[in-house]
Design a protein. Structure first.
Length: 94
């Protein structure tokens, strides 16, 4: 995760997985953070759940494809649930 993130210029990488009941995605516990700011962003969002088609992770899960966004802070909160947190943390996208 770290090598790919560094090669792509990412500050944060998170791996999500289906919850035990299979109804939503949750953090898997695997993550990589370039700095304290991205680590705090991850920690503050670690309890979020993503049902199919909710947030970017839920949309990717439902559509079965990756979505890349140059600047997630410009997306409405209905698409990127953490846009305000990302903006405060200075995170954009990739």
């Amino acid at each position: 995760m770290q090598e790919v993130s560094i090669a792509c210029g990412f500050s944060l990488a998170e791996a999500l997985q289906p919850r035990e009941d299979g109804r939503c995605l949750v953090q898997s516990g695997a993550s990589w953070h370039r700095d304290l700011v991205s680590e705090l962003f991850h920690k503050h969002s670690s309890d979020l759940i993503f049902p199919p088609n909710v947030g970017i992770p839920g949309r990717c899960w439902k559509l079965r494809r990756v979505q890349l966004h140059a600047d997630v802070t410009t997306l409405p909160p209905t698409i990127f649930l953490r846009s305000e947190m990302a903006q405060k943390a200075g995170l954009r996208g990739g």
